[in-house]
Ligand binder design. Structure first.
Ligand SMILES: *Cc1c(COP(=O)(O)O)cnc(C)c1O
Length: 368
């Protein structure tokens, strides 16, 4: 068995800015609206600053995040684009929003009142319409009240309304008819806000799937997250995976027929074979429940994962091939023979979003 000593290449997610640029190009081909790069959830696991910088270099003019706090690394990296934070799960930090020039989305009367109470300096607001998700945004019936409070907040110099936002529940169907009720709601929201004396407004509804499949949803701005890293929820456009997840073989061995692998002896080698241990497991985002076929690439070949996925390691069956310790395996990547994130999602019975957002903090992020 060939062996090497010393340190090995660390498990790494290599982020390719040119893939992000290519994906922005495909969005650009589908819309004339401005493009917001959504970098919530740590830039869909890839690192928010790297993804935001690549997207801005390729033409995105807005950035989107979940919580105002997430703007700190973006501003520290020198990004000056307008940023919108929606949801704000711990409540809106009004002082930080004003300081970092972050717009906030507000989707209820309570939230708006609280912001107006808290804001010592002017905070820019995008009012959120419930366009069919029942998960964020005010239903149309509340908009008179919402706008009355917003006008009051503006007259006190606490807030201004600069945008109207919705979110599409059915855009992954790639069927404009499914989006039509939400588009109508957005127009009603926009008209109500303009009638209340606010404007100019940024009106925005579509995320990746809507951006790629339905121009009627584009308004002034499309909010693209998944698409930046190579995920098209509508499965209509081939995007490029922005991440390549690699990890070295930490141990390699030859075993006899009948040898059990991993917890519960779930796999027993049917014949003599070579096994390689790779030091990434479910704590690093490898899904624990995998259907047969789940594999990683080593060199030009794919090798199946055998036995249970452990917290910190997986074992692959490399058959005839004795793999040297330190040889780098590719867990996923955009091009063959590496599995794609879409294949991983299929093996795990999930969507590629959960594969990329699940990549753990032990995995180094590196921009190639
Ligand atoms: C996550 C999110 C987006 C981006 O959606 P993708 O499908 O990942 O492009 C856009 N808008 C809102 C409100 C979101 O929560």
């Amino acid at each position: 068995m060939p062996r090497s000593s010393g340190r090995m290449p660390r498990p790494t997610l290599h982020v390719d800015p040119s893939a992000v640029a290519a994906n922005i190009g495909r969005i650009r081909a589908a819309t004339t609206s401005d493009i917001m790069a959504v970098v919530k959830a740590d830039g869909y696991g890839h690192g928010p600053v790297a993804i935001a910088q690549a997207a801005v270099a390729a033409g995105a003019t807005w950035l989107g995040i979940t919580d105002v706090d997430e703007a700190v690394p973006l501003r520290e990296s020198g990004l000056t684009q307008p940023i919108l934070a929606w949801l704000n799960p711990g409540g809106v930090d009004a002082a930080l929003a004003a300081h970092l020039r972050v717009d906030v989305a507000i989707g209820s009367v309570d939230e708006l009142r609280q912001l107006i109470d808290d804001a010592e300096r002017l905070v820019r607001v995008h009012l959120q319409m419930d366009t069919g998700m029942s998960r964020g945004g005010s239903p149309l019936e509340e908009w008179n009240e919402l706008l009355r409070i917003a006008r009051d907040g503006r007259s006190r110099g606490r807030i201004d309304v600069v945008g109207v936002m919705g979110h599409l529940p059915l855009a992954d169907r790639a069927d404009p008819a499914a989006n039509a009720p939400a588009v109508l709601r957005m127009r009603q929201a926009r008209d109500a806000v303009l009638r209340a004396g606010f404007g100019p407004l940024m009106v925005h509804l579509a995320a990746t799937a809507g951006a790629l499949t339905d121009a009627a949803t584009h308004f002034d701005l499309v909010r693209v997250g998944a698409g930046l890293v190579g995920i098209d929820p509508s499965d209509t456009v081939a995007l490029t995976g922005a991440g390549t997840f690699t990890a070295p073989v930490v141990h390699s061995t030859h075993v006899a027929a009948g040898t059990a692998v991993g917890y519960g002896a779930q796999f027993v080698a049917p014949h003599a074979t070579h096994l390689s241990v790779i030091g990434v497991g479910y704590a690093d985002g490898i899904p624990r429940e995998l259907s047969p076929g789940a594999s990683v690439a080593i060199g030009e070949r794919r090798h199946p994962i055998v036995g249970r996925v452990s917290m910190d390691q997986i074992v692959v069956d490399t058959g005839d091939a004795a793999i040297a310790r330190g040889t780098v395996a590719t867990v996923f990547g955009p091009a063959g023979p590496a599995p794609t994130i879409q294949e991983w999602a299929h093996w795990a019975g999930t969507i590629p979003h959960t594969i990329v957002t699940g990549i753990g903090t032990r995995i180094r992020r590196s921009t190639t």
